[in-house]
Every structure is written in structure tokens, then in C-alpha cells.
Design a protein around this ligand. Structure first.
Ligand code: NCD
Length: 333
């Protein structure tokens, strides 16, 4: 959806848009789902993310987004996603309205609806980042907002910016994405990062996917069918030992306790996987272990010293990718 919004007139935007080719079509756009990204757009964001990394490493910050305001609205807990969006905006010279310490301190606790909160924040901000427990909430917010809305996780639905930073990390760590064998481990049913990353990987050639989960937490059938329809090589198993030797990427996830309606069901699967140094001795020398974090026991702390443990580098990449995205949707790429 094309959005017309009140960007501050500090610059000549028409000239800027012509010069930058309109940020590859991102200007004014919502980022709701990975389905919005084809390979050309992915490569555009990754190129910009590399530039952001260079910028931060060389000078730390700039004023590309000076005069712009981001509203960060989080109805669910977050450390990395909220902090990295805030850091991204501030390193680009913009500022942030952070409603991330729990919406209990906002008018949401008085019963305000999501559309009303969104229509309020857009009076102050040029872009809104939203995390919400309901699938489809980001789309609902975007329908009401005249400024771009970025989905920072809608329940067990999608988490597109996480998938972008995951893919960027694979590219940086292994130098390619085509032809890789990727094993996803843990809560494949409720894990929104798994859903988004799996959909993005469908865009690449000769990908093999291995899904490791307990029976109750298998990948949703609809997503599995999409993979099969596309002719992607897929295997499911319960055991990490079946996949670790061949994997180029081991993408480990937390069991999403908050999505279980029956706490007993959670107890049955809570500690089902742990990546240990011993298990890592069976993995390839050139592979990466990733995790969207937070981890709650799925990866032993002693694995952190292994050079293949990429999860904290992955965290940092999140800031670069979000810098690139914010600049793109604000027409300043
Ligand atoms: C993930 C999330 O919120 O979906 N975290 C994140 O954004 N880095 C994964 C999780 O909570 O397990």
C-alpha cells in the first residue's frame, strides 16, 4: 500500500527520491510480511545493511534521519528487537518514542483499542514499529496508519525483520545462501521467526531444509505444503543428531511457552533440545549455529566460545538491517 505521510521537509525529497531510485520501492511502505521481499529487494536491503555496518564501524553515527521520529510500540516483551530499532534510529540521527517498557504504562491499560493507539502515535511519528500478540495485528495497524508500520512480531504469525537479519547473517557468515542445508530446531509450530525465515529461504536455489521438533511442535501444515509445492527438499525428525553432521546452518529456537494454552503440554517439551560442545564435535568445521534469542537452555553456554556460534554476531547484524530498513521506508536509503 502506498502511503502519503507528513515527512519533515528538511530536505528536497523529490530530488532525493529521483537520486536514490525511490529506495527500491520501499519509500512509505509498510513492512508486514516476508512475502514483500523478492531476491532483488533482499539484495538491495543487504547492500544497504553492509553500508550501515561500515558507517557504524567507521564513525558510529550520522544524521541521515535527523528530524524523523520512530514510535516503538510493544505489547509483548522484547530486548533485542526493541533495542536494535532504537539503536538503529539513533545511530541514523533520528529520535524515538519508546513504548516498550510494557503498554501497562500507556492508555492501552485503560482499554484503548489498537487502531486508536496507532492513530494517536502517527500524529507524532513518521514510522511505527509494532509488536503484538495477535496474528494479523500489524496488518490491522497498517490499515489505520498513514505512516509506515513495521511488523516486529505478530503473535505466532511473522517476524519479517528478524528473518531479514537471519538471512543477512547467513550470507555474511557463509558467503552464500543458495545450495545450503539448513536445520531448524525447536518450536517450529509457534516460532514466528522460523515461519518468516522458512518463507524467505524459498526464494533461493537448491536449499535443503531439515526440521527438528517434538511431534506437537511441528512446522504448520500450510507452510510445509508451500515448501513441498515449490519442490524444496524437506525432512522432519525429532533428533538433532540426525541433522548435525550435514547442516551448514543450525537455527535453534526457544519453546514459545507463552503460546501454549495448556501448561502441561509445555512441561512435556520444555527441555527437549540442548546443543552442547559434545554435539558440536560432530558438526562441520564451516557451519554456523544461530538463534533469534532469548535462549532458555537450548544452547549450552560453553558453545558460546565456539567460533561457529554466530548468535551474538546475529544480534549486531539486526541493528544494521534495521538501519537499512528505516532509511528505506523513510525514503532516505
Ligand atoms: C524472537 C521473537 O520474539 O519472536 N525473539 C526476537 O525477536 N529476537 C524469538 C523468541 O522470543 O523466542
Amino acid at each position: 500500500m502506498e502511503k502519503i505521510h507528513n515527512l519533515p521537509r528538511l530536505f528536497d525529497f523529490e530530488a532525493m527520491a529521483q537520486k536514490t531510485g525511490n529506495g527500491n520501492g520501499f519509500t512509505g511502505q509498510d513492512i508486514l510480511s516476508v512475502s514483500q521481499f523478492d531476491r532483488e529487494r533482499l539484495s538491495y536491503i543487504f547492500t544497504r545493511s553492509h553500508e550501515m555496518r561500515e558507517l557504524v564501524e567507521r564513525v558510529g553515527a550520522c544524521d541521515l534521519l535527523k528530524g524523523y521520529v520512530l514510535a516503538c510500540l510493544f505489547y509483548e516483551p522484547s530486548t533485542r528487537t526493541s533495542a536494535s530499532f532504537i539503536a538503529a534510529m539513533e545511530r541514523l540521527g533520528g529520535s524515538v518514542i519508546p513504548i516498550t517498557q510494557g503498554v501497562q504504562f500507556s492508555s492501552v491499560s485503560k482499554g484503548e483499542s489498537l487502531p486508536d493507539t496507532i492513530r494517536t502515535l502517527e500524529q507524532y511519528a513518521d514510522v511505527i514499529v509494532l509488536r503484538h500478540p495477535e496474528v494479523g495485528s500489524a496488518k490491522l495497524a497498517a490499515d489505520y496508519a498513514s505512516v509506515p508500520v513495521i511488523n516486529a512480531g505478530d503473535g505466532a504469525g511473522e517476524h519479517p525483520t528478524q528473518a531479514l537479519l537471519d538471512l543477512f547473517t547467513i550470507q555474511v557468515e557463509l558467503g552464500r545462501i543458495d545450495g545450503l542445508k539448513i536445520a531448524m530446531v525447536g518450536d517450529l509450530r509457534y516460532g514466528r521467526t522460523v515461519h518468516s525465515l522458512t518463507r524467505l529461504l524459498m526464494r533461493y536455489e537448491d536449499i535443503s531444509l531439515r526440521f527438528v521438533s517434538p511431534d506437537t511442535l511441528r512446522l504448520p501444515m500450510a507452510l510445509m505444503n508451500e515448501l513441498l509445492d515449490q519442490g524444496i527438499k524437506v525432512r522432519e525428525t525429532h533428533d538433532v543428531a540426525d541433522v548435525i553432521e550435514n547442516a551448514d546452518v543450525l537455527y535453534v529456537t526457544r519453546i514459545q511457552k507463552e503460546r501454549f494454552s495448556d501448561p502441561k503440554q509445555y512441561e512435556e517439551v520444555r527441555d527437549c533440545y540442548e546443543i552442547t560442545p559434545d554435539l558440536m564435535t560432530r558438526a562441520k568445521e564451516k557451519m554456523v549455529v544461530m538463534h533469534p534469542l532469548p535462549r532458555v537452555g537450548e544452547i549450552h553456554y560453553h558453545v558460546d566460545d565456539d567460533p561457529r556460534a554466530a548468535y551474538f554476531r546475529q544480534v549486531k547484524n539486526g541493528m544494521y538491517v534495521r538501519m537499512a530498513l528505516l532509511a528505506a521506508v523513510l525514503g532516505r536509503a
